[in-house]
Design a protein around this ligand. Structure first.
Ligand code: SF4
Length: 348
């Protein structure tokens, strides 16, 4: 893609790398030669900010120091480590991919693009991130931050999702073939620290002389946004059922789909009568807790926890203290917080 002359490209690479030397972030996975560790960091960094990722990354490597330990773990332990990080498909995919590495690659994380792309949950940008970072291979990246930087750089007139081929071409064109590792890291840092969504710090940007959005005095007008879709709100009711031994009932979600494999209190959208009839026919309503609000990518929920007393026991019934051993979604963790509040004086 001939947007810039060879001379200008050289200058852009040099200025970005100079800036990176001065202002790049120090991150635990930077210059990490262990490809397994780089892979974990790349997956955690999808849709999650660095400062949130760091403690999870460190705890994860203590529990699963190698791809083999991850493959051998049970899914519940893996989800428990991921608890609170969101987008749980990432954790399930990591677990499955680790098992693929053991069965298909003899426990050695593959180091070629084609094999890496066969692993569950790894697409083109993650593969580029892993191989450029861990092995200094000249593969481009295009994560959310990079899309924003490049869309501004060329003042892209359509939302990035509508011009992915163009943005990939630009990322490949700009990539420094002599130093792809630092170049990609620098590009990510530029997006995360200078070319931010709301307040890009253009006067300090190494690319300000080449950036069309800046030169046209409208950096935040890019990337162009797709028309906003209304996000629906679902009103749910959760049954927090206590039996006579003051155990509470929880159930596991199916492995596939949203929050797959996580545990939760039984809940329904709208009315809860049919669920009660099915699970706790003798349920006596006691009281409601504070409604929990949570936003997912495509919808929001308002979740009303209702406490019931029932006369049942068996599998699925656990003590309040042992809830911490199970992985729950954020919304249900907010219910557990309320249940563990001493002011509530539970069990009832
Ligand atoms: S000049 Fe501003 S808008 Fe352009 S890439 Fe740099 S920080 Fe982003």
């Amino acid at each position: 893609m001939a947007i810039w002359t060879a001379e200008i490209l050289k200058e852009m690479r040099r200025s970005l790398l100079d800036w990176y030397q001065r202002a790049g972030r120090t991150l635990p996975w930077r210059n990490e030669p262990d490809i397994y560790r780089v892979w974990i960091s790349e997956i955690m960094l999808q849709q999650t900010q660095v400062k949130t990722v760091i403690p999870y990354y460190e705890r994860w490597l203590e529990q699963f120091p190698t791809v083999k330990t991850l493959a051998a773990a049970d899914l519940q332990t893996v989800l428990k480590q991921w608890e609170g990080l969101g987008y749980y498909a990432r954790a399930r995919n990591l677990h499955q991919a680790a098992q693929q590495v053991v069965t298909d690659f003899g426990g050695q994380f593959p180091e070629d693009l084609e094999s890496i792309l066969r692993l569950k949950g790894i697409g083109r940008t993650t593969a580029g991130g892993i191989l450029s970072s861990a092995r200094n291979l000249p593969l481009a990246i295009l994560d959310g931050n990079v899309k924003r930087v490049l869309a501004r750089l060329i003042a892209l007139e359509v939302p990035p999702a509508k011009a992915l081929d163009v943005l990939w071409d630009i990322s490949e064109t700009l990539l420094d073939p002599k130093n792809p590792r630092d170049f990609n890291q620098a590009l990510m840092d530029l997006g995360a620290t200078l070319c931010t969504v709301k307040q890009p710090d253009c006067p300090h940007c190494p690319w300000r002389n080449h950036c069309q959005a800046y030169l046209n005095h409208q950096p935040t007008a890019f990337p162009r946004k797709a028309p906003k879709k209304q996000i629906p709100t679902k009103k749910l009711v959760a049954a927090i059922a206590f039996n006579l031994e003051n155990q509470v009932f929880i159930q596991q979600r199916p492995q596939d789909g949203l929050l797959g494999g996580l545990w939760e209190f039984p809940n329904r959208e709208g009315e809860i009568k049919s669920l009660l009839i099915q699970l706790f026919p003798d349920a006596q309503y006691e009281r409601s807790l504070n409604t929990v609000f949570h936003a997912y990518t495509h919808f929001k929920i308002e979740l009303e926890p209702r406490i019931y007393r029932v006369n049942l026991s068996g599998s699925g019934w656990v003590s309040l203290q042992s809830l911490k051993d199970y992985p729950f979604s954020k919304a249900h963790l907010k219910i557990i917080e309320q249940l563990q509040d001493p002011q509530l004086s539970l069990p009832l």
